[in-house]
Design a protein around this ligand. Structure first.
Ligand code: ZN
Length: 276
């Protein structure tokens, strides 16, 4: 599932290919870009920076233009090494469905030397001016990035306390205006790791408990952002009906439950015995 760690991993892979360089070629094969003329508008411009913020990725070009991407549930980034390379070193998909696409179905292809950066299935992929990236409420309104070098926890708590206190803590953690980068997988695993019931109203979860969730989640996401392997952190996610591993270890027996949460009805896995 593309969450903040997926996007930071993608940015980390794209950066050495493009940052500081003028791409050899840039194409938008998808028909939706028919008259947008990205290749002409970006021709000859170097990529100034490749960065991730929460679940957003930015390719910033010289001349004040930026490609902004958000993968939602369906999109993916991929970095291909066109030269022959051992499996797993040059062409691992980033995000949901990177593996089996033809480059011709990509929304964006950016090539430099032997390497190619590809974006598949959008769904948000747009070229905007730098000033718009600063003003766009979807971007300007984001809370602190959980993967920022220094996480501003005071600001996270402030934003959380300004939000509806009756909202469940699990749902509140998904609000990118409170904290950017946490998606449904990390919400589930963070609450489980900290032993917090995701169904408690946010207003009844103490600052210390919120900080405990963040302290459990951040290092796991940092590791996943470094190597792109998110699945190994799924302890209860997707495990409905199976014994809770923590209860099992303590000699108790309890089954992981699942139920849809929040406006998005996101499947929320938890153990009713050890998450208080
Ligand atoms: Zn349990």
């Amino acid at each position: 599932m593309p969450e903040g760690d997926t996007i930071h991993f993608a940015a980390n892979r794209i950066r050495p290919v493009l940052e500081g360089h003028v791409p050899d070629a840039l194409e938008t094969p998808h028909p939706r870009f028919g008259r947008d003329r990205w290749p002409e508008r970006l021709s000859g411009r170097a990529v100034r920076a490749v960065d991730a913020y929460g679940k957003h990725l930015f390719l910033r070009f010289e001349g004040g233009l930026t490609i902004h991407s958000h993968l939602r549930m369906t999109g993916s980034w991929r970095v291909l090494t066109q030269a022959a390379s051992p499996p797993g070193t040059g062409d691992r998909g980033v995000g949901g469905m990177g593996y089996h696409h033809s480059p011709r179905s990509a929304w964006l292809r950016v090539r430099r030397d032997e390497r190619e950066v590809l974006q598949f299935n959008g769904p948000v992929l747009e070229l905007m001016t730098d000033s718009r990236t600063r003003l766009d409420p979807r971007i300007a309104g984001l809370g602190p990035d959980i993967l920022a070098p220094e996480l501003d926890t005071a600001r996270v708590l402030r934003r959380l306390r300004e939000d509806d206190p009756t909202r469940t803590i699990g749902d509140a953690l998904l609000d990118q205006r409170t904290i950017a980068g946490i998606g449904n997988v990390w919400k589930v695993e963070g609450c489980f790791a900290a032993g917090i019931d995701p169904w408690r109203p946010a207003g009844e979860v103490s600052d210390e408990e919120v900080l405990a969730i963040l302290a459990e989640t951040r290092p796991r996401m940092q590791r996943s952002a470094a190597d792109g392997i998110q699945d190994r952190f799924k302890v209860v996610y997707g495990k409905a009906g199976r014994p809770c591993p923590r209860c099992l270890q303590d000699g108790r027996s309890s089954l992981v439950k699942v139920r849809g949460q929040g406006d998005g009805n996101r499947p929320t896995y938890w153990c009713p015995a050890c998450q208080a």
